[in-house]
Write a protein that binds this ligand. Structure first.
Ligand SMILES: C[S@@+](CC[C@H](N)C(=O)[O-])C[C@H]1O[C@@H](n2cnc3c(N)ncnc32)[C@H](O)[C@@H]1O
Length: 431
């Protein structure tokens, strides 16, 4: 294990600080994203022959950092994301359109925004103000402005719709009374939420449209070089198996019991990806089993290497200290999912392929789960050669989570690492 400085070239690699300012990435950055520098640095490290077509793969696309950065570098990337809203974000960031035509069409959408329309979400609990509700996500005028604009976008040319939808969703979320904070949505600390209204939605929509137009001009993309599939990447083994990859940089959900589909609940509903909680549950059930909220199928495999065996024994011995009885099973299920994925990646890796996994460790019942090393053991078993585990960040935020969830005084030190693996030259077949 090597300790990598917290900053590489003055920038962190496992969090998305850069994404808020970089062309295309900034259209919709997310807290759990990694830095595009990790992608660019890894591509350089791969040392691929510039004349050879490199294929990259990303099983957990999130906001699309990997496919967007690959495309910027001229590398084709095949990405997967189970959350339809995030898949939409990634796909939109890959699109190209004429910025001048977008600017002209914007006027029509603005007309729609100035004609508020009743939203179906008004009746869904916590979405909107209503009798007996103390808190709600969107003021009624915000929701209605959004709906007026959304309906107008339906009539825009298909090549432009996605950009307007993304700009409007981002504008609505800026005017949401809550914000995503890791595990949950947290209400903004304001004396009043009246500052969020039709005018502020329109102003933000205009702001994001301008940003998109600027980036389409400054950073034009070749359409169709990369793509984002909306699917459960645990089924990767069955997807176009003839396509072998050279580079994979990915950040799976951490084993931290966060359910990302819950965090993106407002966007999923606003964009019409889900209509009710049962549809939301269907998405949750397709995510990696890193949380206990959904009633997923029980895991069957029990053996994931020596470190896992020791850790799970210790956790089971402290069962009474856990905040949910399902935690040991969640840990087992998580590594079963990751084992399946690492096997599928090994089956389609080119000789010498580089795989980097950005991951955080977790702690339950006073026991640290060294997810990075357990993944390294599983990957080695799947045929990958372990090159390094680089610690890139010590996690300071664990104290609050720890006290809250495990009611212990001692705060264990958690870390974020990058597990670096190479596929052996002898086992693969070059394509
Ligand atoms: C840590 S985030 C990835 C962030 C990404 N690297 C970025 O820069 O935006 C993990 C992502 O995995 C997605 N995910 C969870 N389970 C999945 C599955 N079974 N198949 C595909 N994606 C999944 C989540 O929706 C989430 O967007």
């Amino acid at each position: 294990m090597t300790a990598k400085p917290e900053f590489i070239n003055g920038r962190t690699v496992t969090n998305a600080v850069d994404n808020a300012s970089l062309a295309r990435h900034r259209w919709y950055p997310i807290k759990e994203g990694f830095s595009p520098n990790l992608v660019a640095d890894s591509y350089r490290e791969l040392g691929a022959d510039p004349k050879k077509q490199v294929l990259a793969i990303e099983p957990f696309s999130g906001s699309g950092t990997m496919p967007v950065e690959c495309t910027r570098l001229g590398v084709a990337c095949l990405a997967f994301e189970v959350n339809p809203f995030l898949a939409f974000v990634g796909r939109t960031k890959l699109r190209q359109a004429d910025p001048k035509k977008l600017r002209t069409q914007r006027k029509t959408v603005l007309k729609g925004l100035r004609q508020p329309a009743v939203s179906q979400l008004e009746s869904i609990s916590t979405f909107c103000e209503g009798k007996g509700r103390e808190k709600w996500l969107f003021n009624r005028n915000v929701l209605r402005t959004f709906t007026g604009g959304w309906q107008e976008i339906e009539d825009c040319p298909p090549t432009q719709r996605a950009f307007f939808r993304l700009a409007l969703l981002r504008a609505a979320m800026d005017n949401c009374n809550a914000y995503p904070d890791g595990k949950c949505l947290r209400y903004k600390r304001l004396k009043s939420y009246d500052c969020f209204n039709a005018n502020s939605v329109i102003a933000q929509f205009e702001h994001y449209c301008t940003l998109i137009e600027d980036d389409l001009t400054s950073t034009p993309f070749v359409s169709n070089l990369s793509k984002v599939e909306c699917m459960d990447s645990r089924g990767l083994g069955n997807y176009a198996p003839q396509r072998r990859f050279h580079l994979c940089v990915t950040s799976p959900p951490y084993l931290n019991s966060f359910d990302y589909s819950d965090v993106y609940r407002p966007e999923l509903f606003l964009a019409g990806h889900v209509k009710d909680n049962s549809q939301l549950m269907r998405i949750r059930l397709q995510t990696v089993r890193s949380h206990v909220q959904a009633n997923w199928k029980a895991p069957v495999r029990v053996s994931f290497g020596t470190i896992y065996a020791k850790v799970i024994r210790e956790i089971l011995a402290r069962k009474d200290k856990l905040w949910s009885a399902r935690i040991p099973q969640m840990i087992q299920a998580y590594f079963e999912d990751m084992e399946r994925l690492l096997n599928a990646l090994a089956a389609r890796a080119n000789p010498g392929a580089l795989l980097k996994i950005a991951i955080g460790t977790s702690a339950y019942g006073g026991v640290v789960v060294p997810v990075d090393f357990i993944l390294a053991e599983i990957a080695e078993e799947a045929g990958w050669d372990l090159k390094d585990v680089q610690v890139v960040r010590r996690l300071r935020s664990s104290a609050q989570l720890w006290h809250h969830e495990d009611r212990e005084k001692k705060v264990p030190e958690l870390r974020e690492s990058i597990v670096i693996l190479k596929f052996p030259e002898r086992l693969g077949v070059t394509h």
